[in-house]
Design a protein around this ligand. Structure first.
Ligand code: UD1
Length: 426
């Protein structure tokens, strides 16, 4: 099948209402908890995106049946069986590494391919391995395969993460929620997705105390979990930021953003309010911003500015007055996307670990590659403000995380077209 191309005719002048889909970075860890259960699970507001489908294929391979429609997903975990987690698609999806935790809890061993690095830089798993070691699990490498097994029974454990990694925090919570004894993890990640994962596990009988200000989680392991009711996946905060930025860049009239918990955007609401965005009870209102003084963005672990949104900010900075800066303390080399943006005429300078963008700049359509999901959405935003046609290739990266992207943009008045039917994706 020929590679998909997404074409955008700009500049776009948008208005209307858009509803954010369920959080990708929550849906994936939630699905990774399924092997902890022997019963039925129901999730609502599950985003219909490629990454979720990759996780579902993995669940199928381990005997977990699912039925899915209208963003409601029902899983039947009663026939779970052990499998090695080595399919190529899984190793491309970093969140699948969280199956290690649920497999170790359930079977005492797990075999998985080492997740690869990607466009946003090196992605080591050393914190996951050290943390799992503190819980009695040993990891052995055979080429690109890691074999985990329980080597000692650990009841009580305390572990300090050397960096508040989101994935490692989730790994350790999922690995500890069932079993026996108590576990304490310090210097954990406190991203909203961690909080929501804890809510899910707690609603199933998990005994977890979360102290975000202290970066501590305390867990009394329970013998088993059982889902009492359907769990609604909150809106994706990064998609929420995407639509806020769409409004700031192209909203010739108001864009209303719905479906995202304002609380999940607490860390960025001050910044966006200073740009005129209004956070109202039932919606966020974003509108085009003219003549704004440029910004200095530093991506850091939550409650800092999210690294996943920094590529989008580069597009905003290209429209600000004067010098704008972006530094990423989470993935310090996450700037490969700038060379694609430069094909649309965006000028930047990389000074050590800081990208410098002087605005305002005029962008012009061209052919570009979406090298990863957030690089891809930055190109979509740039394509919307550029004059002429922007053709985006490697669209599969966008399909990993943005549900109904064209449908939502078309409804706001954008001229955007895929040269393929979406059905092939899933
Ligand atoms: C998650 C998100 C991703 C987001 C990132 C940071 C999912 C599915 N993905 O990724 O969208 O960009 O959080 O908010 O939720 N690190 C180590 N050793 C480890 C683990 C991480 O050194 O064992 C480093 C990483 O290289 C990186 C930093 O820690 O520099 C943050 O990574 P981490 O928080 O683990 O990101 P992910 O959980 O992979």
């Amino acid at each position: 099948m020929a590679e998909e191309t997404l074409s955008i005719d700009g500049p776009a002048f948008l208005k209307g209402e858009v509803t954010v889909g369920g959080s990708k970075n929550l849906a994936l860890p939630l699905l990774a908890t399924a092997p902890l259960f022997s019963s039925k699970l129901v999730f609502r507001n599950v985003p219909n995106i490629l990454d979720v489908h990759i996780m579902l294929r993995a669940l199928s391979s381990m005997g977990i049946d699912f039925s899915w429609g209208g963003n409601k997903l029902e899983l039947d975990c009663s026939k779970l069986r052990y499998v090695d987690l080595i399919s190529p698609a899984l190793s491309e999806l970093r969140a699948s590494f969280l199956f290690v935790a649920s497999f170790l809890s359930r079977f005492g061993n797990a075999v998985i391919k080492k997740p690869g690095g990607d466009q946003i830089g090196e992605r080591p798993v050393d914190i996951h391995l050290e943390g799992l070691k503190s819980l009695g699990y040993e990891a052995n490498f055979e080429g690109d395969v890691i074999r985990f097994k329980r080597v000692r029974q650990v009841n009580d454990a305390e572990f300090i993460l050397k960096y508040p990694s989101v994935g490692a925090t989730e790994q350790l919570i999922i690995a500890s929620v069932t079993g026996s004894g108590s576990k304490v993890f310090r210097n954990i990640a406190t991203e909203p997705e961690v909080k929501h994962l804890i809510s899910w596990l707690s609603s199933c009988g998990g005994k977890i105390k979360f102290y975000p200000e202290q970066r501590v989680v305390e867990i009394e392991s329970v013998s088993s979990l059982s889902a009492q009711q359907a769990f609604f996946i909150p809106g994706d905060r990064i998609e929420g930021i995407t639509w806020i930025l769409t409004g700031l860049l192209c909203g010739n009239n108001e864009i209303w953003v719905k479906g995202v918990h304002h609380e999940d955007l607490n860390n960025v609401s001050g910044l966006f309010e200073s740009l005129g965005v209004q956070f109202q009870e039932d919606k966020i209102i974003s509108k085009r911003l003219n003549d704004f003084k440029n910004l200095n963005i530093i991506a850091e672990p939550y409650p800092g500015f999210p690294t996943d949104a920094q590529p989008l900010m580069a597009v905003l900075l290209s429209q600000g007055l004067g010098v704008g800066k972006i530094k990423d303390k989470v993935f310090p080399k996450r700037f490969a996307y700038l060379s694609e943006l430069s094909k649309l005429g965006l000028k930047f300078e990389l000074r050590e670990d800081t990208a410098i963008i002087v605005g305002p700049q005029k962008l012009k359509g061209n052919e570009v590659l979406a090298r990863d999901i957030r690089a891809g959405i930055a190109l979509v935003l740039a394509g919307l403000i550029a004059s002429g046609t922007t053709s985006i290739k490697q669209v599969n990266h966008l399909r990993r995380g943005y549900e109904l992207l064209e449908v939502k943009l078309l409804s706001l008045g954008a001229k955007i077209l895929s040269d393929q039917s979406l059905e092939y994706v899933f």
